[in-house]
Design a protein around this ligand. Structure first.
Ligand code: FES
Ligand SMILES: [Fe+2]
Length: 440
């Protein structure tokens, strides 16, 4: 059981909190590259409870810094993004993308002290259409993680983001809770459906898998298994990777290139950034030979972004409109009556409240992975806070390269699953990675 104290440790991410400090040991996806144009408007972004300003300078460099001007704290959101930096509108101090003060418009030259003033700027880098930020110790910045989906060229990937109005861990735990696939998302799909033949037929034929759990160098993984054909098992292996990454087994392992980051905006809001391989994903709403599954769609509708701290990637279906639930459809055609896999997940996780009260839970066998990940996160956060131990993967960016989710049929005993899985990863990489190289 999770205690109130543990729940607080797991969910609070502001500066100085154990989980907040843990997350600051890792590179964090912060924005789409397309949100920032050279000399364009600065953008308000909030991460880990910190209000930041992001802008792209004349040369294309991205700056991400505390939105408060280090002179007298006026917001740099109102600043002018001009040649080589952003100028605060209050007294005209100007800062480059690294936070150096490069001009003091209201200070006489003989009293200028700009070399002593720095905006609180964080290191950034850009890769394949996404801007990342490192919010930890700026003198010890690690290399970014080799998460396979994030290494693919932007042309090969569909990358999108969605705001979710609840704590980051609620969303993440939904990805680790594989048994809901056959109920919330596919509860009315029948096993003969053409649509399901390739990826989910065993999962919908048997909605009560058994589980194995193991730790990896950067997190934890589960293997959910059910009987497949004679003498074989159907495995769905999914990952949690520090600090907020999930990789779900929604495709055969040799085609499964995806990742989801549950980036905390603050304690009550999350930005989910999602990478999926365009070439690997066979799922469409209705091009499945006539076996259309009500509710199983993947194109959520968004409001246009606003400049508000919470104004990016807002979905139209929300708790305030009950996610447009259709009770007639729910009675007859889909378990939720809510349209879209992402929205169904959003509905159940935000319905728990901004931060779920985990002291009320009764975890079952299907929650083994969730329990393991909580323990892993707590151990890592407390180890860092109490003993200064670097959390898993923070200094091993290369270790993420082997973290692959996916499904497959394999012979052998469940007890042997880890060896079989790592063999499958090596095989999948021999198929996947050269494709990635050729495409780059
Ligand atoms: S508050 Fe920004 S220059 Fe004075
Ligand atoms: Fe889901």
């Amino acid at each position: 059981m999770t205690t109130q104290r543990e729940n607080d440790t797991l969910t609070r991410v502001g500066p100085g909190t154990p989980m907040g400090e843990l997350m600051r040991c890792y590179w964090i996806p912060a924005a789409m590259s397309s949100e920032l144009t050279a000399d364009g408007d600065p953008v308000r972004i909030q991460i880990l409870c910190e209000k930041l300003i992001a802008f792209r300078d004349t040369s294309g460099r991205v700056g991400i810094m505390d939105h408060r001007c280090p002179h007298r704290c006026a917001s740099l959101f109102f600043g002018r993004n001009e040649e080589g930096g952003i100028r605060c509108v209050y007294h005209g101090w100007k800062f480059d993308a690294e936070g150096n003060c490069v001009d003091m418009a209201n200070v006489p030259p003989h009293q200028d002290f700009k070399h002593k003033v720095h905006a609180k700027a964080y290191k950034t880098f850009e890769r394949n259409g996404v801007v990342w930020v490192y919010m930890g110790d700026q003198s010890k910045v690690p290399a970014p993680p080799d998460i396979p989906a994030t290494l693919r060229s932007a042309e090969d990937m569909k990358i999108w983001a969605a705001h979710r109005s609840c704590n980051w861990l609620q969303g993440l735990e939904g990805e680790l809770d594989t048994s809901h696939l056959g109920i919330l998302h596919l509860g009315h799909a029948h096993k003969g459906s053409d649509f399901l033949q390739e990826t989910h037929k065993y999962a919908t034929a048997n909605r009560t898998p058994d589980y194995e759990i193991a730790d990896t160098p950067v997190g934890s993984m589960y293997g959910a298994y059910r009987p497949a054909e004679e003498n074989s098992l159907y495995w769905r292996v999914g990952h949690f990777a520090m600090p907020f990454w999930a990789m779900m087994p929604i495709l055969p392992i040799e085609r499964c290139v995806l990742a989801r980051a549950y980036v905390p905006i603050d304690d009550d809001n999350t930005m989910i950034m999602i990478w999926g391989d365009k070439r690997g994903n066979p799922r469409t709403t209705d091009s499945n030979g006539g076996d259309f599954i009500v509710g199983y769609t993947h194109n959520p509708q968004f409001h246009p972004n606003t400049t508000d701290w919470q104004g990016r990637f807002r979905l139209k279906p929300q708790l305030s409109n009950d996610f447009f639930i259709d009770r007639a459809v729910q009675r007859t055609q889909s378990p939720s009556g809510i349209d879209g896999v992402h929205i169904q997940d959003e509905a159940v996780t935000t319905s728990m409240g901004p931060i779920a009260d985990r002291t009320l839970e009764h975890l079952g066998p299907s929650d083994l992975m969730i329990a393991r990940v909580r323990r892993r996160l707590l151990a890592a956060a407390n180890g860092l806070a109490n003993d200064g131990v670097a959390p898993p993967g923070a200094d091993r960016p290369d270790a993420y390269a082997n973290i692959r989710s996916g499904n497959y049929v394999a012979e052998g005993e469940p007890a042997d699953w880890e060896r079989v899985y790592w063999d499958k990863v090596a095989w999948a990489r021999s198929i996947l990675d050269p494709v990635a190289t050729a495409a780059e």
